[in-house]
Design a protein around this ligand. Structure first.
Ligand SMILES: *Cc1c(COP(=O)(O)O)cnc(C)c1O
Length: 430
């Protein structure tokens, strides 16, 4: 077996990568050569090919909200590492997990009381779905086992989450017919329309006997198309779910921890879901961890059932390193005026992305909180768009017809200007 290449033999590293390593949503061997990152600090990725640094416009898929190599987060990991990096969570517990659960209960919408610490966002959605189905099963209503969502969503890549992702044109279209068949409303319009609210109400009413839960991403649909919608629809869902004995799940994996301008997107509507998933920015982008929160009503339903346990227990459940850095990340966020920072980024993105509207091939430009999106009228040429962004000194990862950014909250004004210029350049050349 060949050894790892000596430092500097970039060609060999990339050849091995191409031959052996799967990358997200990629074929084997890979078709698009990845860039090699040597290290990262603040909002900058240092490239291993000696080409210098790129400003990160992606927060490593919504997660690195405080930037990279943050001294406070590094200390949290180091401190925990010296005590223990992991112990099993069956029959044992530890301070980082308990502290994290308490923090999540304290900062999430009123009424969410219980926390399942999962090891990735997709798994937290699996757990959410299991909780909802089991709740009804325990109450003697096993027919309530389907889910309702709206089109344009994304909830992860494992089986149940795939079944509620956008069924058309999305990344899981291949599996229609194999996945559990869920119920889909149209994609939510950006503004409030009574006729759309009526569609939601009537679908919930019509399918109430077979519906365990409605699951949606509140306010912002992320990887399903980067669309925004009126928070008023969340109140419509809450009322209709209450009226027809259906649980409501918010997937806040992308929107949580301040990204949309409120700590959780549910706050835009003043609505508490029965179950809520968080992930991505939970650990400040340091480690994989997610959480599923639920109300006492959901937990009681499960715990009074014929099988009065939630049969789920990942090996790395409650991982102490991840829990410790998650606590530190939340404290870091709440200990600063993050609302002002997100507002500042929102204003910069609005100003910097407005010129994109004048570009040929641009259909829409939209900004909410620290999220900026340029939608094209054609499929983006990913290679050309990425190259254009890199030429501006910025890392972006466009997909479908979208060039977008969600920068770390610590991104300074000059770097935000660079990022918006790069988004415009990528939209022009992609
Ligand atoms: C990323 C994402 C997931 C999946 O999380 P993973 O950690 O990638 O499994 C689920 N839901 C939403 C809204 C997401 O953005």
């Amino acid at each position: 077996m060949p050894d790892l290449p000596a430092p500097g033999s970039m060609r060999e590293l990339l050849d091995l990568d191409r031959r052996h390593v799967w990358h997200p949503y990629g074929p084997m061997p890979g078709r698009q050569e990845p860039l090699v990152v040597e290290s990262a600090s603040g909002v900058r990725l240092r490239m291993a090919d000696g080409s210098g640094e790129l400003v990160d416009g992606m927060s490593s898929w919504w997660s690195a909200i405080h930037g990279y190599n943050h001294p406070v987060l590094n200390d949290a990991v180091r401190g925990q590492l010296e005590r223990m990096s992991h112990v099993m969570f069956g029959g044992l517990t530890h301070e980082p997990a308990v502290r994290l659960a308490k923090r999540l209960v304290d900062i999430s919408p009123e009424g969410l009381e219980h926390v399942f610490l999962a090891d990735s966002g997709s798994v937290s959605v699996e757990v959410a779905v299991k909780m909802c189905l089991q709740h009804w099963r325990s109450l003697g209503r096993p027919a309530k086992q389907r889910l309702l969502t709206w089109r344009g969503g994304y909830h992860g890549d494992t089986w149940q989450p795939m079944s509620v992702c956008d069924p058309e044109g999305g990344m899981h279209e291949l599996w229609q017919g194999v996945l559990p068949r869920q119920i889909f409303a149209d994609a939510p319009p950006d503004g409030y329309e009574e006729s759309y609210a009526d569609q939601l109400r009537s679908l919930i009413e019509r399918h109430a006997d077979e519906l365990a839960a409605v699951i949606v991403e509140p306010v912002v649909q992320g990887a399903g198309g980067m669309r925004f919608h009126s928070p008023a629809y969340l109140r419509v869902l809450r009322e209709a779910c209450d009226a027809h004995d259906v649980l409501l799940v918010f997937d806040e994996i992308a929107t949580g921890f301040g990204r949309t301008g409120t700590l959780f997107a549910a706050e835009h509507a003043g609505v508490t879901p029965d179950v809520m998933c968080v992930g991505k920015a939970l650990t400040g982008g340091y480690m994989t961890m997610a959480a599923t929160l639920c109300t006492s009503r959901v937990a009681d339903g499960i715990s009074r059932g014929e099988v009065p346990v939630l049969a789920h227990g990942p090996t790395f459940m409650g991982n102490p390193l991840a829990a410790a850095v998650a606590c530190a990340s939340i404290d870091l966020l709440l200990g600063q005026d993050w609302r002002t920072e997100v507002k500042r980024i929102e204003a910069e993105l609005r100003e910097g992305l407005e010129p994109a509207l004048q570009l040929p091939g641009v259909r829409d430009v939209r900004v909410l909180g620290a999220i900026g999106v340029v939608q094209l009228d054609h499929e983006v040429d990913m290679r050309a768009a990425t190259r254009a962004a890199v030429r501006e000194g910025v890392w972006l990862r466009p997909f479908r017809d979208l060039v977008y950014t969600m920068p770390p909250y610590v991104t300074g004004d000059a770097d935000l200007v660079r990022i918006t210029r790069a988004v415009c350049a990528a939209a022009r050349e992609g």
